[in-house]
Write a protein that binds this ligand. Sequence first.
Ligand code: ATP
Ligand code: MG
Length: 137
Amino acid sequence: LERTFIAIKPDGVQRGLISEIIHRFERKGYKLVAIKLLIPSKEFAETHYDDLRGRPFFNGLCDFLSSGPVVAMVWEGQGVIKYGRKLIGATSPHNSEPGTIRGDLAISVGRNIIHGSDGPETAKAEIALWFKPEELV
Ligand code: ATP
Ligand code: MG
């Protein structure tokens, strides 16, 4: 069954949006198969966002991801990778539609509260980076 990696970033945790975000995935019908709270190191954040190395915002982005607790999760279900991105909304909250997580809850691209894998390959790699196999139910 299809799985994706979803993370509530430090701003989402700090703003008290954990239950709100989990609720949206749950009520759609997806199944939570792994969850943990952790503060990623800067180095870990750089590995997670490795494909963005060299972008002007890379350093700030990795500083931010490692600035506080993150809720790391794996969600399972048919089409969850693509539809999860749909629930999340466009990268910049200026462009994300009302009804999406970023559209409803965020206003800044650098503080867009949630991460979701962008395809099957990244989902696989990100799940393996953030979780040990035995942590998946
Ligand atoms: P994520 O990978 O976090 O789910 P995304 O896939 O929608 O987001 P990416 O292009 O992978 O977008 O960018 C990763 C993160 O980098 C974005 O979520 C955002 O916080 C930050 N970012 C992207 N573009 C910019 C930008 N132009 N200025 C500042 N931050 C940016
Ligand atoms: Mg991305």
